[in-house]
Design a protein around this ligand. Structure first.
Ligand SMILES: [Zn+2]
Length: 398
């Protein structure tokens, strides 16, 4: 465990919107709002949740922490000051920001403060830990949950009446939830709606209240208005489906990326359809599917995503494969070898193993790390089926 060195000029307290404990040994739910400073709805929803929990604290069967993400960027109403805080949780940064150097960036300070809070929560947890990260999008459309594809994450998400997107964390480097997932928490991101919309605040509030029930921290009958908030999510979502990410369009500022107008989340797109332009020409859809998170703001590194619905058959099959721990044998496949230093990492020679696309490794519970020349490098997701926190409870109570 990393020891923290106390630093002057930090704002750790300002991240804390609310903190409640009914039973200190029960499950923990952490909700983070506005890790992107231009997305006020998450923070505003958590302020509402905090007021609701004041009268419910005695009924809580666990702990609840409601946190503001990037407080410095939020004060200026921009996505970030020096760099995107939700791309900042790489192993090196997390190690570096256990203490602050004189040249620390604004987001280094934010990370230092949040890390201090997370460490305290995780170290003292006596049962399962759930983390929600509340976002909003520049385009409108159906709200949805983003879920790193572990079975524990999936099972938690499937109890909520929302559309689920699997695998976006593979496309993004250094998200906060990926870090917390690797620490053993069950994690769920939620895109509540358009940045400035009133609905986004309502959707976030409804999602958090529902998550408290799904996590077993509140009983459904103890939450006034729970049925209304379920109806809110159901009517905003429509039929809840599960999607996976098929394509990410990366963007850098010098590209002068311009999304074509009028796209909303989950609009259907056809292969070859024109979607956007840059200074180098037009961008068309590399495959058919549904549009997600088209970029209609200046700051951001993702132009859009193309997603596709996942079949129930695939979900069931991957559950069976993972429960049987068949991933232990994947390095016997031709062209597949274990990383010499990290047993959880596979190197796949795609010239030999060209019949095993990334989707096959998803079935077994691996995530894409990177390409190294002809090698696709994937790593096994940690804590796919077993919680490191729930086992503390078992130790305690025998
Ligand atoms: Zn965001």
């Amino acid at each position: 465990m990393i020891a923290f060195v106390e630093q002057p000029d930090t704002r750790t307290e300002s991240h804390l919107i609310g903190k409640f404990a009914g039973n200190f040994d029960g499950p923990t739910l952490v909700a983070v709002g506005s890790i992107h400073g231009n997305e006020p709805s998450g923070r505003l929803a958590l302020e509402r949740v905090s007021r609701r929990l004041e009268s419910l604290e005695k009924k809580l069967r666990g702990r609840v922490y409601l946190l503001a993400g990037n407080v410095r960027a939020s004060a200026r109403e921009v996505r970030f000051l020096d760099m995107d805080l939700n791309r900042h949780w790489t192993r090196e940064n997390v190690r570096k920001n256990t203490k602050l150097s004189a040249d620390a960036l604004a987001e280094d300070r934010e990370q230092y403060e949040l890390l201090a809070i997370f460490r305290e929560i995780l170290n003292s947890a006596g049962d399962e830990v759930y983390v929600l990260d509340l976002h909003s999008t520049s385009a409108g459309g159906v709200p949805f949950a983003t879920v790193g594809d572990t079975l524990r994450n999936r099972h938690f998400a499937q109890k909520l009446p929302v559309t689920i997107l699997l695998g976006i964390e593979e496309q993004l480097e250094g998200t906060m939830l990926e870090f917390l997932n690797n620490e053993g928490a069950v994690t769920l991101g939620f895109e509540g709606g358009q940045h400035q919309s009133a609905e986004a605040i309502d959707n976030h509030e409804a999602l958090v209240m529902h998550s408290l029930v799904s996590a077993g921290i509140l009983a459904a009958e103890d939450v006034p208005g729970l049925f209304a908030s379920r109806q809110r999510l159901v009517s905003a979502t429509g039929k809840a489906h599960i999607f996976e990410v098929r394509h990410r369009e990366p963007v850098s500022p010098e590209d002068e990326f311009q999304m074509d107008p009028g796209y909303r989340n989950f609009d259907p797109v056809e292969r070859g359809q024109r979607l956007a332009s840059t200074k180098n020409g037009t961008i068309s859809a590399p495959e058919s599917g549904s549009m997600l998170m088209p970029l209609y703001q200046k700051q951001g590194e993702d132009g859009f995503f193309i997603v596709r619905m996942v079949s129930i058959f695939w979900l069931r099959l991957s559950e069976v494969i993972r429960r049987l721990r068949l991933a232990d044998y994947t390095h016997w496949l031709p062209g597949v070898r274990r990383h010499p230093k990290h047993s959880e990492v596979l190197q796949i020679d795609t010239r030999i193993a060209r019949f095993f696309p990334l989707q096959i490794f998803h079935l077994f519970g691996f995530r894409r790390l990177r390409w190294e020349q002809n090698f696709l490098v994937v790593s096994r997701r940690r804590f796919d089926t077993i919680s490191p926190f729930a086992s503390r409870r078992n130790r305690k109570y025998g």
